[in-house]
Design a protein around this ligand. Structure first.
Ligand code: KE4
Length: 425
C-alpha cells in the first residue's frame, strides 16, 4: 500500500503536535511503523488519506461496538446538534443516559457523567478517599486507569507500550499512596491490607484487564478482592471503561456476578464522543458536590451531543442484544488465527472474553503483567505491519485489546484469516 499523503500529514503534524499525535500509542512507535492518517470510516472499515481501506479491529480503542458512522447514532447526534451543542445547564438527555446505566448495572444507583475515562477514575478515587477518610489505593501492575498522576504507577496501555511503566512528572508524594499488586494475585492484596491496615481507601481493578493485552481474571480473583474490601471497609472500584457494555450489557460485573462499590465507565457509553462516568450506591455517590462536599466538576460534563450518541448506542445494544453473536464471531476469528499460526509453528497465546481479545506472541500463558511482558514485541511489530499492508488494522501495540463490532461479518473474518495465512513471521 502506498501512504504518501499519510507520511506528509505526519510530517506536518509533528511540527505542531508533540510526536504528531494527540495520544502516544497512535504514533505506532512500538510497532516500528509510521501512523496512517484516517479520512473517514464506515461500518468495520477505516479509509486512510491515501484511499487505502482497512478492516478495523481497534475500533477507536473500544467505543465503536456498533461499527463506524452508525446511521441511527448519527441521526440522533444531528438532531441534538440542530438544537445547539452545549449549554452548561442540565438537560433531560443526561438523565436518560444515567437511567440507562443505572438499569444496566445492579451495583449502580446514581451516576455522574464526565468527559473521559481518566476523569471518571480520578473522581472515583477522590470519592473513595473522601468517603473512607483514607489515602492509600491499591492498583494492579499492568492495569491502566487513565493518566491521572497517582494512577501512572506501573500502568499498562501506552506506558507499557513505551516500556516506561511509570511516568516522569509524577511526584513521589503522589505515587507513595498507590500500592501495587500483581494482577490475579489476591494473596498479595491480602498482604497489603495487613501491612496498611485501616489506611486503604480502595482497590481499583480492570475486572477483565485490557491494558496489558487482554487478561481475564482467575475464577476466584474478583470474589477474593471483593471480600477483602468488605472486611477492611475499603471500596472496590471496577474500572469498566473498556469492559462496560463490551463484554456484556452490564459489563464484567454482571458476567462475574460481583458487585463493586463504584464503577467507572467510558468509551461505548459515548458512542464515539468524549465521555466518562462514575456510578455506585447512592450512599456513596451522594457525597459528591453539590449534594455532598467532595468536589468534582466539568464544563462539558453530560454534553447533550455526546450524551445523544451514548443513548442511541445503548438503545441499540439493549434491543439488538448482540453479545452472543459478537462472542461467536470473535471465537471463529480467534480459533482460525490459532489454527493457522500453529500450522506455521508460531508460538502464541490468545486471551479472549467475548468480543475483546489479544494475540500474544509467546509460548507461556499470559495471566498478568510479568507474563505479558515476556511477549515478543518485535514479532508483534512484524505481524502489525504485514496485516496493515494486507488491509487489516490492529491495535498498534502488543499490550492492547482487539475488538469486533456488530458490523463485522463472516466475510471480514475470512478475509482476515486469509491475511494471517500469508504472514511471514
Ligand atoms: P480515557 O481518559 O483515555 O478516555 O480513558 C482512560 C482509561 C481508563 N480506564 C481504562 C480501563 C482504559 O482502558 C482507559 C483508556 N484506554 C486506552 C486504551 N487502552 C485509551 C487509548 C489511548 O490512551 O490512546
Amino acid at each position: 500500500m502506498q501512504n504518501r499523503k499519510s507520511a506528509q500529514l505526519f510530517k506536518k503534524a509533528q511540527k505542531v503536535i508533540p510526536g504528531g499525535v494527540n495520544s502516544p500509542v497512535r504514533a505506532f512507535k512500538s510497532v516500528d511503523a509510521k501512523p496512517i492518517f484516517i479520512q473517514k470510516a464506515k461500518g468495520p472499515f477505516l479509509y486512510d488519506e491515501d484511499g487505502n481501506r482497512y478492516i478495523d479491529y481497534c475500533l477507536s480503542w473500544g467505543p465503536m461496538i456498533l461499527g463506524h458512522a452508525n446511521k441511527d447514532v448519527l441521526a440522533d447526534v444531528k438532531t441534538a446538534m440542530s438544537r445547539g451543542t452545549s449549554y452548561g445547564i442540565p438537560t433531560g438527555l443526561e438523565t436518560q443516559l444515567a437511567e440507562r446505566v443505572v438499569s444496566a448495572f445492579d451495583s449502580i444507583d446514581k451516576v455522574r457523567l464526565v468527559s473521559s475515562g481518566t476523569e471518571a477514575v480520578m473522581t472515583a478515587i477522590r470519592l473513595a478517599r473522601g468517603a473512607t477518610g483514607r489515602d492509600k489505593v491499591i492498583k494492579f501492575v499492568g492495569c491502566y486507569h487513565g493518566h491521572v498522576d497517582h494512577m501512572l504507577v506501573s500502568a499498562g496501555s501506552g506506558l507499557m507500550t513505551l516500556g516506561a511503566p511509570s511516568s516522569p512528572g509524577v511526584p513521589n508524594d503522589f505515587a507513595k499512596n498507590t500500592l501495587l499488586a500483581p494482577y490475579n494475585d489476591a494473596q498479595a492484596v491480602q498482604q497489603l491490607f495487613k501491612k496498611y491496615a485501616g489506611q486503604i481507601a480502595a482497590v481499583i481493578v480492570e475486572p477483565v484487564a485490557g491494558n496489558m493485552g487482554t487478561v481475564p481474571p482467575h475464577p476466584s480473583f474478583l470474589k477474593k478482592i471483593r471480600s477483602l474490601c468488605t472486611t477492611n471497609k475499603s471500596l472496590l472500584i471496577f474500572d469498566e471503561v473498556i469492559s462496560g457494555f463490551r463484554v456484556a450489557y452490564g459489563g464484567a460485573q454482571t458476567l462475574y456476578k460481583i458487585k463493586p462499590d463504584l464503577t467507572t465507565l467510558g468509551k461505548i457509553i459515548g458512542g464515539g464522543f468524549p465521555i466518562g462516568a462514575v456510578g455506585g450506591k447512592a450512599s456513596i455517590m451522594n457525597k459528591l458536590s453539590p449534594e455532598g462536599t467532595i468536589y468534582q466538576a466539568g464544563t462539558l460534563s453530560g454534553n447533550p451531543v455526546c450524551v445523544a450518541a451514548g443513548i442511541a448506542t445503548l438503545k441499540q445494544l439493549k434491543t439488538s442484544k448482540p453479545y452472543r453473536q459478537l462472542d461467536k464471531l470473535t471465537g471463529t476469528l480467534c480459533d482460525g488465527i490459532s489454527e493457522r499460526l500453529n500450522a506455521k509453528g508460531v508460538a502464541h497465546r490468545i486471551n479472549r472474553l467475548g468480543s475483546m481479545f489479544t494475540l500474544f506472541f509467546t509460548d507461556t500463558d499470559v495471566t498478568g503483567y510479568e507474563s505479558a511482558a515476556k511477549s515478543d514485541t518485535k514479532r508483534y511489530g512484524k505481524y502489525f505491519r504485514q496485516m496493515l499492508e494486507m488491509g487489516i488494522y490492529l491495535p498498534p501495540s502488543q499490550f492492547e485489546a482487539n475488538f469486533i463490532s456488530t458490523t463485522h461479518t463472516q466475510r471480514h473474518i475470512e478475509q482476515t484469516l486469509g491475511a494471517i495465512e500469508k504472514l511471514r513471521l
